[in-house]
Ligand binder design. Sequence first.
Ligand code: DOR
Ligand code: ZN
Length: 346
Amino acid sequence: MTQSLTIPRPDDWHLHLRDGAMLQAVLPETARDFGRAIIMPNLVPPVVTGADAAAYRDRIMAALPEGMTFDPLMTLYLTEATDPADVRAAAESGLVKALKLYPAGATTNSASGVRDFDKVRPVLEIMAEIGLPLCVHGEVTDSDIDIFDREAVFIDRVLDPIRRATPGLRVVMEHITTSNGVDYVKANDRDLGATITTHHLIINRNHILVGGIKPHYYCLPVAKREEHRLALRAAATSGDARFFLGTDSAPHLDHLKEHACGCAGCFTATNTMPLLAHVFEEDGALDKLEGFASRNGPAFYGLPVNAETLTLVKSDTATAFPAKIDTPDGPVTVFDPGYPVHWSVQ
Ligand code: DOR
Ligand code: ZN
């Protein structure tokens, strides 16, 4: 028996596309299913200025295969040297849709991130004034804070003070991984949203560590206890418009993940929509997938819902997703949920 679900073409509100050969290899995996994506700026060197973002957008469009349509929504990497006038111009031209805040040292290529939040205050003021969202990697980096507590501590010590000091600042808590993140969003009904990844709806920390270390399940923020995964599932499938899809699909070459010091990131661009259909169906919430993947994100960013549609079909046979995507520098492993999935994109 075949079941199907047609939704407006979804968007990915948090995506790593990288550059060069990797960009070429992974872009079609997203553009096949998604209309738009918020493009993370953590290249080496990072995308800091409006000019950097314009050049990166051109490289993305040049890498898009013939016949595919995709609209990359560009972001700037907030540094202590970011020029408020450049931010204003890049936003007002329509090129830049958000700024990204990485606490320095929090994750991949975050060395240029913010150490002293007072130094970025003028930029945050401009953003509040023009309504430009701040996408936040919400983890403290203090060595004395346990990695599993870093999101909860960030909310108390950094995020809440920033929001109180900057009324009107629109914030997206990126890739929330805890019930603390869910609760903070729910307790604040203005100017706050959160993205949730596909993989954090599927794995908890046991999946990374039990029965041998699984480098392809390691990402940042690291997956937490089961009770947190369940809180994320409840938020994503609730229909609450403050929660929307941001895959954080983050490709790394296999040899750099299967390594003594493996990189953080799960690559989910290839199979995200079928995996989400499985998750939402499992929770009796297939009717909420459209909001999570196609409607809530555009509403937060003040953009129209995509006019095209995407159809997901469920069949009796399990879908055979590719295990890896090839790049000239080696393969990238596609996220494996660890169970059969019967949904696919038509
Ligand atoms: O797992 C992650 N990978 N988390 C991030 O915040 C960055 C990303 C990357 O760029 O690889
Ligand atoms: Zn990310």
